[in-house]
Design a protein. Structure first.
Length: 316
């Protein structure tokens, strides 16, 4: 654990080859955490991997905390972690929310970044939030109906209000109310992450799993209610500041969580970027085609120090 101030303690993992190319992994959510599956994407013979759970997330403490928990706090934490480990420069790797956090970090500390590998681009703006909570329902109507049944007042509300509603629900004194909101949100995310199949049923959860999920979605709703303390204009503006920094953008063609157009928009403003739309992949980094694309891009960067292995506007 790393003490980062404001009562927060950051869980982190430092593994792989101590002489390897340093890579820092930024998880999504917001509110999720890193996992052994993320670590397995990084070849331990080639890379010195750093993974961490953001404030309030996963194994960081206090779990679910919202005080002193903004994007600016997270950027400061990443720098504290880098200095703590004695790493001069590293490759930034992030997916979904982690992609926008990665862009923000690269823009704030370009001298510390070798490049960026970004997947499943989330731009944090109103369009993204509206798509997630309403627009995607046109492609997953059964799952949308389940979400609407579990979170009162979904139809017709502004996306920011919906996030606030869920934030209120997960804070409910009645644990059953909080658990119901969380279970329906989880089922909605699961349905969008698995396109082409019937939506899953509500997850069965024991008491500890319910508490962990409430904390996770408390953080997620907090960030979404504030456009992740960034917003689309800010993310694209920061991407435009990256200059010739090597940037690889990977996005699944079947991604229903974050629209593929986000990747195109980011690519248009990030001058040193290479874009690959991955056939047969949705939002998850663990869809087989996406995992292969991530590993190939990482190995290419290890070999060349850039993403020349990804042809401009390449499709696969």
């Amino acid at each position: 654990m790393l003490e980062v101030g404001d009562g927060h303690r950051l869980y982190y993992e430092h593994c792989g080859n101590p002489d390897g190319l340093p890579v820092v992994f930024m998880h999504g959510g917001p509110g999720s955490g890193c996992s052994p599956q993320h670590r397995r994407l990084l070849d331990p013979d080639r890379f010195r991997a750093v993974l961490f759970d953001q404030r309030g997330c996963g194994r960081s403490q206090p779990r679910g905390a919202l005080v002193a928990n903004t994007t600016q706090h997270l950027l400061a934490d990443i720098e504290s972690l880098r200095a703590h480990l004695g790493i001069d420069r590293w490759l930034v790797m992030g997916g979904s929310w982690g992609s926008s956090l990665g862009v923000a970090y690269c823009a704030a500390h370009p001298e510390r970044c070798l490049g960026a590998l970004l997947r499943g681009i989330f731009l944090t703006g109103r369009e993204d939030i509206d798509w997630f909570f309403r627009g995607a329902g046109a492609l997953a109507p059964e799952a949308w109906a389940t979400l609407a049944a579990g979170v009162e007042g979904v139809y017709g509300v502004e996306p920011e209000r919906l996030a606030a509603q869920v934030l209120s629900a997960v804070h409910a004194a009645d644990a059953a109310v909080a658990a119901r909101a969380v279970q329906h949100w989880m089922a909605w995310e699961a349905a969008l992450s698995a396109p082409g199949v019937a939506p899953p049923s509500l997850p069965a959860m024991d008491a500890e799993a319910v508490l962990a999920a409430i904390d996770k979605y408390r953080v997620q709703a907090h960030y979404l209610a504030h456009a992740c303390f960034l917003g689309e204009e800010a993310v694209l503006g920061m991407a435009g500041q990256l200059g010739a920094m090597p940037v690889c953008i990977l996005h699944g063609r079947l991604d229903l969580v974050c629209r593929p157009v986000n990747a195109w928009r980011l690519h248009e403003v990030a001058g040193g970027s290479r874009l690959l739309f991955v056939d047969g992949a949705g939002h998850s980094p663990f869809d087989a085609p996406m995992s292969r694309a991530i590993i190939d891009a990482l190995h290419g960067f290890h070999l060349h120090g850039d993403f020349r292995c990804i042809a401009p506007h390449e499709n696969r």
